[in-house]
Write a protein that binds this ligand. Structure first.
Ligand code: PLP
Length: 351
């Protein structure tokens, strides 16, 4: 059709499968296997639906903003809240990556980055991870239009020490550096305290993994007020009311329960330590994980085959048919019971 010449064509991001099967074990999208904090259920039960008649409050004026600001010891003017970190990251790409120079990010990383860059027509250049899947800070010293990387990286699970994160931020003070900390609560060191020192640093986090609320769609970015203001200008030029009233209220209840948050993260780290031993014993190799997943390759059996065979046991993990990573499985850390079922199935498959 003639009109197709004027279509903005994109190849969309492909999320992990969301099969609807009773009793299946879902270890493919890094969701948290534990329920949200108990206060979330209480707040949901007490929610006054009459409020839904009105437009939501501005995120920065909500209890959620107040709770996050208190938790991270920052001002609400240093906080931007969005519909999951995908929304936050997408707005940040649109706002801060507006140069003729390429934006830099790793070759093996969150596969949404090149999708946003394509949809917004942002030039980019991928920087190869080294053979151990480490980001090499020296690669980020050439002139560029911005930098973005997750720390820890996904889907590798590899953590970068904070000194190296700072090295990249410090070497790129003429552009904005976005650090995507979706997995930081599982043992990494956040760059958040560095926002006071660097006006070009934006730290992005999410409720989807460590706060057990992927379905509520809450994410946020922290940076100096000027960065946040620019982000809000773009956001309010696209859609002012993206956060819904329920998410704003329930998110606040989740943040207030620090003890539950800490204990869930610890449980996942404990299960991960066992998983590293058990998977090694089954013949898998993987980089040390600082996340709620393990990126594992088997010494003899191809990843694709294991991925397909696991589905026969109703166990879903993630596999990508992509260069350099097509012999790896990304296995989300589930409950201890789910992981035992995984080891049992793997024991049969690999026999
Ligand atoms: C899961 C994830 C996100 C996005 O999560 P939301 O559910 O949109 O908050 C962003 N970056 C990375 C690296 C992720 O793994």
């Amino acid at each position: 059709m003639k009109w197709e010449e004027n279509v903005r064509r994109v190849t969309p991001y492909t999320p992990g499968e969301q099969p609807k099967k009773a009793n299946m074990i879902k270890l493919n999208t890094n969701e948290n296997p534990y329920p949200p904090a108990p206060g979330v259920a209480l707040a949901a039960a007490a929610m006054d639906v009459e409020k839904f008649r009105l437009y939501p409050e501005f995120p920065e004026q909500t209890d959620l903003a107040a709770a996050l600001a208190a938790h991270y010891h920052i001002g609400t003017d240093q906080l931007f809240i969005g519909v999951g970190s995908d929304d936050v990251l997408s707005m940040a790409f649109l706002t801060f990556f507006h140069s003729d120079r390429p934006v830099f990010f790793p070759d093996i990383t969150y596969s949404f980055y090149d999708v946003w860059a394509d949809v917004y027509r942002i030039p980019y250049e991928k920087k190869a991870l080294d053979a151990d899947f480490q980001i090499r800070p020296e690669d980020y010293r050439q002139p560029n239009g911005g930098v973005v990387f997750p720390n820890p990286n996904a889907p590798t699970g590899v953590r970068m020490p904070l000194e190296q994160v700072e090295e990249i931020v410090a070497a790129n003070q003429d552009v904005v550096v976005i650090v995507d900390e979706a997995y930081i609560d599982f043992g990494g060191t956040s760059a958040l305290p560095l926002i006071d020192k660097y006006d070009n640093l934006l730290v992005v986090q999410t409720f989807s993994k460590s706060r057990n609320m992927a379905g509520m769609r809450i994410g946020y970015a922290c940076g100096q007020p000027k960065l946040i203001q620019y982000l809000n200008d773009v956001k309010y030029s696209v859609n002012s009311y993206t956060m819904n009233t329920a998410a704003l209220e329930l998110g606040a209840a989740a943040v207030r329960d620090e003890a539950y948050f800490t204990s869930c993260c610890q449980k996942i780290m404990d299960t991960r330590a066992v998983a590293q031993e058990r998977l090694s014993a089954l013949g898998f190799v993987f980089p040390e994980s600082a996340t709620n997943f393990i990126f594992a390759s088997h010494k003899t059996v191809p990843a694709r085959e294991i991925f397909e065979r696991l589905k026969e046991y109703d166990i879903y993990v993630r596999w990508w048919n992509k260069a350099r990573i097509d012999n790896y499985l990304r296995i989300t850390i589930g409950t201890d019971e789910q992981m035992e079922a995984l080891y049992r199935a793997l024991g049969k498959i690999l026999r």
